[in-house]
Design a protein. Structure first.
Length: 464
């Protein structure tokens, strides 16, 4: 087993940042350099004001406060980071392709490939290269191809080490992971590399939770885990539509089935639809991979998870329109929440974006309040869809810093994110300032329906 003294992580994002912060915290003897080409991001990570870190995660700033400058460093000098490292994590983004073959489904590996070529170009000795981003199966092989065909003559051992942290609970997930998965070759050098990476984790993770597999199993396990989780949400959301047509209550159903120990209680919360950077991307990726092997039925099976999710978001928006006498034209709809889940400022694939887009088709005015998402992000998200002119979006959508201002004189209030603070608002005060009938659309089933109804609101839930 090699002794690791220096780790470099390429990509200072939602995965690289928190993961490396914890590795540095638990391995004070290892110097960890996080490098990124995005200068603003690195400057934010280095800001003395820890409230300006580019990522909001409960507990993150405390870890950064302890480790930054001690054995955790952030820099834009990617070459230097690569040269100094014994082990390199690749943690760059792998978005769904927006062009060419596999458009809308396959993962875009261009950032990974650029990293591999850069490593091949600047490395001056052997390295262990760890793929940390969510990647489609076979990425390790592509990395290996590029690195082994480089003219450097050095040995690059490639490992797959998928990250299972969820945003909003990243620090807890990293400190106490259900398992750590390390995939690599079964050759002597491959085994040595796997043991070397295992030792980094064993600084705080019990040995029996660190699994070693071959590369394919590791890569495909990540896609499978996310596909199963997304499927659970689509399954309960499918039931929510049926509940709304009958007298059944989806939360009661979730509780009843969750008590079956074979099913279990987690990930059964019906919602306006799942978002986030992983679920949709990974399921689409799985669909693409299945299709590319001619497995049409497998591809169609998983694709339904995405279709049901799209249906759920559309259904929510349509219900707002329906309950507003079939028109939201020039009406003000207040959005409570824009992030894809609570306790994060991440908005990637958030259901709020699609619900807003649908309401914009119907000429609604939208006023957004989210405790953590900056205003410009809301505009960027809507403009990215290219369904409405940027000018029109800025005219029709406004972002405010106060929930009472957002809801003032609104024709309807929609809860898109399950932020805890929404539950403790003065709903009687809000009632007095909204237009009547006062409609609340609770896309997360978090508000106290009975209390709000007593105040005078009509409360529309998911699956009730
Ligand atoms: C997910 C996986 O959980 C994690 O293991 C992987 O590494 C990355 O993808 P993340 O996207 O950060 O993590 O958050 P997660 O908590 O899984 O939530 C994803 C979406 O599903 C959110 O929009 C959330 O609101 C929604 N969700 C989750 C539900 O609608 N109902 C649930 O019961 C759980
Ligand atoms: P994730 O959720 O997977 O962490 P993010 O988009 O939050 O994804 O972070 C990925 C980071 O990787 C971004 O900050 C981006 O600037 C960085 N990145 C992408 N390509 C490169 C590269 N070739 N070299 C260095 N950093 C890169």
């Amino acid at each position: 087993m090699k002794e690791i003294k220096n780790i470099c992580c390429i990509g200072a994002g939602y995965v690289g940042g928190p993961t490396m912060a914890i590795i540095a915290l638990k391995n004070p003897g290892i110097k960890v350099n996080i490098v990124d080409i995005n200068e603003k991001r690195i400057a934010d990570w280095n800001d003395t004001d820890l409230d300006k870190l580019p990522i909001y995660e409960p507990g993150l700033k405390e870890v950064v406060a302890e480790t930054r400058g001690r054995n955790l460093f952030f820099s834009t000098d990617v070459d230097q980071g690569i040269q100094d490292a014994d082990m390199i994590f690749i943690s760059v983004n792998t978005p769904t392709k927006t062009y060419g073959k596999g458009k809308g489904q396959a993962a875009d590996l261009k950032y990974i490939e650029l990293c591999a070529r850069q490593i091949a170009r600047v490395a001056k000795r052997d390295k262990i290269v760890v793929e940390k981003s969510t990647l489609p199966v076979r990425t390790a092989e592509a990395l290996k191809d590029i690195l082994s065909n480089s003219e450097s003559g050095f040995n690059f051992e490639i490992l797959s080490n998928p990250e299972f942290l969820a945003e909003g609970t990243a620090i807890d997930d990293l400190l106490d992971p259900d398992r750590v998965l390390i995939g690599g070759d079964d050759t002597p050098t491959g085994k040595e590399a796997k043991n070397t990476l295992s030792a980094v984790y064993e600084a705080w993770v019990p040995k029996d939770r660190v699994l070693q597999t071959n590369v394919w199993s590791s890569e495909l396990s990540k896609l499978t885990a996310n596909a199963f989780l997304a499927q659970r949400i689509s399954s309960i959301n499918a039931m929510s539509a049926l509940c709304e047509e009958t007298e059944a209550d989806v939360d009661e159903i979730a509780k009843a089935i969750g008590m079956d120990s074979r099913i279990g209680p987690k990930f059964l919360k019906s919602s306006v639809g799942f978002g986030g950077s992983c679920f949709q991307k990974d399921v689409l990726n799985l669909v693409y991979i299945a299709k590319s092997y001619g497995l049409t039925e497998v591809a169609e099976y998983w694709n339904q998870v995405i279709e049901l999710n799209d249906y759920q978001k559309r259904r929510f928006a349509d219900n707002i329109i329906k309950k507003s006498y079939n028109t939201v034209n020039d009406k003000k709809i207040a959005f409570l929440g824009w992030a894809f889940k609570k306790d994060t400022n991440d908005t990637r694939e958030s259901a709020a974006i699609y619900v807003a887009d649908h309401l914009l088709d119907e000429n609604a005015h939208i006023v957004v309040y989210d405790p953590k998402v900056p205003a410009e992000q809301v505009y960027t998200d809507l403009e990215y869809l290219k369904n409405h002119d940027p000018e029109e979006i800025r005219k029709r959508v406004s972002i405010v810093n106060d929930p009472y201002e957002a809801t003032n004189e609104a024709h309807g209030i929609a809860v898109l994110t399950e932020w805890d603070e929404f539950k403790s608002y003065d709903w009687a005060k809000i009632y007095s300032s909204v237009l009547k009938p006062a409609n609340v659309f609770d896309g997360r089933n978090i508000l106290n329906k009975k209390a709000l109804e007593e105040v005078g609101f009509n409360v529309y839930n998911i699956g009730k």
